[in-house]
Ligand binder design. Sequence first.
Ligand SMILES: *Cc1c(COP(=O)(O)O)cnc(C)c1O
Length: 394
Amino acid sequence: MDTYARYPLELVRGRDVWVWDSHGRRYLDCVAGIAVNALGHSDGALRRALARQLGRLQHVSNLYRIPEQEQLAALIRARSCFDRVFFCNSGAEANEAAIKLARKHGHQVRGIAQPLILTAQASFHGRTLAAVTATGQPKYHQGFEPMVQGFRYFPYNDIAAFEALLTTCEASGPQVAAVLLEPLQGEGGVIPGDPAFFARVRELCDAHQVLLIFDEVQIGVGRSGQLWGYQQLGVEPDAITLAKGLGGGFPIGALAVKAQADHFRPGDHASTFGGNPMACRAGLTVLEQIERRDLLPHVQRMGTQLQQQLAALVARHPAQLEGVRGWGLLQGLVLRAESGLSAPELVKAALAEGLLLVPAGPSVVRFVPPLVIQPRHLRRAVASLERALRTLVD
Ligand SMILES: *Cc1c(COP(=O)(O)O)cnc(C)c1O
């Protein structure tokens, strides 16, 4: 179906940070399948692990115990503040699980008949009906009304507005089950969370027995330079959702929760494919490789270099570029509104220069390369982007 406005490009092969189109042309991939291919394309360790798994066992369903699933859950538990994990297949599906968990918390812990979930404006939580309702962007709702009940929105990083909404909702007794937030808003324009805002949200959630859930579908699994996005903010949520980078290109999603926030009982939630041996082998391999290759300090170094080079680019083109922001290897180059340049336009021009980038809204160009990217690739990416910019303004 005609659901995507695609670039006129057919990709047929990938290796490391490079992809090739059907005409044999090579591109430097700073999209990585939208923050998915953490280890790059056709990574040897991931290829061998998945080939071995494919030869042993592919899928059995959650009617039975799955050792790879238990191992991946144990590894997430050992490396995070969470105790229990539910596996599914995508980010939207992980958020659906979180929304159901939040509602159960509202009913059981707070005794709310119609629990509310508070989310941020300009957020992105996926395209299924509840996840898209949680998404605080009206453009994603239009044409699909009626939306799911029980969501309220507030401006991101705005303490006063959040407190006012919470106070209004709770004026005549408990109404709010959870707050769902991205630690850094990705699709909404690469907007990092403010630690002071998040610390206050944590305090208020504790005071009201409201669950604090982070959507780490894009920022989680090492992309920020920390394994988890919440570590950037110094705030522990009660649960996080994961997907994109976790499988390194193999579809997998997850909801990880602290023990006291785990309200699911057998029969409450399920997924046929969720946590199958292939997906969990992929997740295990990605997490193992992040450790074995010491990728977290690498992402921090590469993130700093990319940010510095983009800041220098901004300084060379002050009429077109406004600034750069982000964490680790999720960086956004912000275009000046007065320049008349749009992010989709610049992304298209970069494509012609052999560089893959993705917009995050109308005025931000997003860099989400494989976590294994090297300094020479970053220099080349910024040089290609500068050539693309010149073709648009000269
Ligand atoms: C991509 C994304 C989602 C949706 O993930 P899908 O796998 O496309 O369903 C949800 N939340 C955030 C923060 C995302 O970046």
